[in-house]
Design a protein around this ligand. Structure first.
Ligand code: SF4
Length: 273
């Protein structure tokens, strides 16, 4: 949990627990798992226990909610950066129920629930036809296979805002007609020691699909690899992206988040004010 998160598209992060199980290629270099290991917690996989938190941790969003009363811009809470809220395990049910109550009790915060398990949402969320106004539901689509698998599941849920996180983007995406069911697209490349370079054309193509369908587009980051035009190749590692672009391993900070000269900071229109 962190106030004032460093993630560009959210204000705070909140984790109802830590720990998870890998489910798809986007999980391969899971940052949360590495971070948990580095801080001494062996909490990934089927057999590992998860890490739970006490009342002090759970009271933080209540403070954010109080601070946000009457605010012009509603704070966004990303939930969860160290877990998947819809992981199907009975030992998570108590914390999950506490999370639903917390969300309902903090109407000044918009809660961004991002999952790689949209097929579990109907069974595990308490809301059926009417979802709270302050819940945005998102799913990760890292390539076409997972877009085809997860987008129909996301579209079934009547959340106030539906979004996708195409990060790390591992292949070209054609969102087809599903784009009409989405309010917001976040995308970006991978960072970390084993980061896989994304092709710039994949991002460009996704941006064009969003523009054509009037869907908000947010380019979060290049990740560790960025297109190399104009930079001396001698100093850094290079690799060819799948679309033939020479990519340079510049590191996340230097690589930045400009796509074709523009910072794409789109937010879903329904909730920008
Ligand atoms: S679903 Fe998220 S938290 Fe869980 S293993 Fe995959 S990337 Fe990590």
């Amino acid at each position: 949990m962190a106030k004032n998160s460093k993630i560009e598209w959210t204000t705070h992060t909140f984790n109802p627990w830590w720990g998870c199980l890998k489910v798809s290629p986007a999980c391969k270099h899971c940052y949360a798992e590495s971070w948990a290991k580095r801080t001494g917690h062996d909490i990934w996989g089927v057999n590992a226990e998860r890490r739970f938190f006490g009342d002090k941790h759970w009271s933080e969003p209540l403070k954010w909610n109080a601070d946000a009363a009457g605010a012009e811009i509603r704070p966004r809470v990303f939930c969860a950066s160290m877990a998947d809220v819809f992981e199907d395990r009975r030992d998570l049910d108590t914390a999950r129920d506490r999370l639903w109550s917390l969300i309902e009790g903090t109407p000044n915060l918009d809660w961004l629930l991002l999952t790689k398990r949209p097929e579990m949402v109907s069974a595990l969320a308490p809301w059926k036809e009417k979802w709270p106004e302050n819940v945005w539901l998102g799913t990760t689509v890292e390539n076409q296979t997972w877009a085809d698998e997860r987008l129909p599941k996301l579209a079934e849920i009547p959340a106030a805002v539906r979004f996708i996180s195409a990060e790390p983007l591992l292949g070209p995406l054609d969102l087809g007609n599903w784009i009409s069911t989405i309010d917001w697209v976040i995308t970006g490349g991978e960072s970390g020691p084993k980061a896989r370079p994304s092709s710039p054309s994949w991002f460009r193509d996704l941006m064009n699909q969003c523009m054509a369908a009037d869907v908000s587009f947010h380019f979060k980051q290049w990740g560790d690899w960025a297109p190399g035009q104009g930079i001396s190749l001698a100093k850094v590692r290079s690799a060819l992206a799948e679309d033939g672009t020479t990519m340079l391993r510049l590191g996340k900070k230097v690589a930045g988040r400009t796509l074709d000269g523009t910072i794409w900071d789109g937010l879903p229109r329904a909730r920008t004010a």
